[in-house]
Design a protein around this ligand. Structure first.
Ligand SMILES: Nc1ncnc2c1ncn2[C@@H]1O[C@H](COP(=O)(O)OP(=O)(O)OP(=O)(O)O)[C@@H](O)[C@H]1O
Ligand SMILES: [Mg+2]
Length: 302
């Protein structure tokens, strides 16, 4: 049985259809990542799963139970905007949220101590949360989401606004939770994060899951054996030449990203593109970023 089951989910805000028949299943112990452009409905989906928003239609079940006040204790949310009290200490925040879930005084004390240790927060025990760095605040957010021992952890962009070191630390913590058997659904805009953490990735477009699968499964759906990134002085000519070779071309941050349908060496690519207009060529394996671009028909460069 899925820990999270979402079937035919619909949500409108005014005239805007935000979720348009979204389906998603998350099995026990999986980490499933929702990826998609800004505004495609990722946070709306998570907020419905957590019971913060009502759907217009569709079924959402956690551990087989319809989402309701009774399922709130099964789900732990790390919201996109954070939910911490900045003028409280870390342990006071944990204690506050533990109380909300109705935990006994003794249970709270034990759980708060355990999470303070597990998340290395003891060194910041006397710092008000507002004075913690973004990385430490996010670490505390994660601890708060776990305070009532949920079955399903919901992380909305868990590393969006933290530095590289903090991101790596958070990835390590999320991996530990995974290794302990936690079921997690997360959103991210970082394809590397999804590659590293997620057992399956759901690519969302226009309020639906357009593609879902493990990273290798998604990569296999990209009609390319490799990707050539070209720097060119004449984008139109180079695009034309590449398309004539049967390559799929995407403008990409001032360069051209070309999906090569057959395995090619760097020498093959340079010879095929043959030209004065191209100033640099690099050959890369197909990654989730390329799959996102190709399967969602998006440009990552904006
Ligand atoms: N409470 C609300 N009232 C009206 N519109 C809303 C509300 N919440 C979200 N929206 C709109 O619904 C759409 C989807 O929002 P949502 O926050 O789910 O997107 P998202 O995929 O999480 O985007 P991002 O990647 O920017 O976080 C957006 O156009 C947003 O403006
Ligand atoms: Mg969002």
């Amino acid at each position: 049985m899925s820990v999270l089951s979402i079937e035919h989910l619909y949500k409108r805000f005014g005239n805007q259809t935000v979720l348009d028949g979204l389906d998603l299943q998350v099995g026990r112990g999986e980490i499933v990542g929702l990826l998609g452009p800004n505004g495609c409905g990722k946070s709306t989906t998570l907020n419905i799963v957590c019971g913060l928003l009502d759907a217009d239609a569709g079924q959402v079940r956690v551990n087989g139970q319809k989402v309701s006040a009774r399922t709130a204790s099964l789900v732990g949310l790390c919201p996109q905007a954070g939910a911490l009290y900045l003028d409280l200490l870390p342990a006071e925040n944990l204690n506050f949220f533990a109380r909300l879930y109705g935990m006994s005084a003794l249970g709270r004390r034990q759980r708060v101590d355990e999470l303070m240790q597990r998340f290395d927060l003891a060194g910041h025990a006397s710092t008000h949360v507002g004075h913690l760095s973004g990385g430490w605040q996010q670490r505390l957010n994660l601890a708060v989401a776990l305070v009532h021992n949920p079955q399903l952890l919901v992380l909305d962009e868990p590393t969006a606004s933290v530095d590289v070191q903090a991101r790596l630390a958070l990835w390590g913590l999320i991996e530990k939770l995974r290794d302990g058997g936690m079921t997690i659904v997360l959103t991210t805009h970082q394809t590397q994060e999804a590659e590293r953490l997620c057992s399956r990735v759901a690519l969302m477009r226009h309020g639906r899951v357009a593609e879902v699968g493990s990273v290798p499964e998604l990569l296999a759906r990209v009609p390319a054996q490799a990707v050539a990134v070209l720097q060119t002085r004449n984008e139109a000519t180079t695009t034309h030449r590449a398309q004539a070779l049967g390559w799929t071309v995407h403008p990409y941050a001032g360069q051209l990203l070309c999906l090569l349908p057959t395995a090619s060496s760097l020498r093959d690519v340079v010879q095929a593109i043959d030209g004065g207009e191209v100033s640099s060529v690099s050959l890369q394996p197909v990654t989730l970023e390329h799959a996102y671009l190709e399967l969602l028909g998006q440009t990552l460069s904006g």
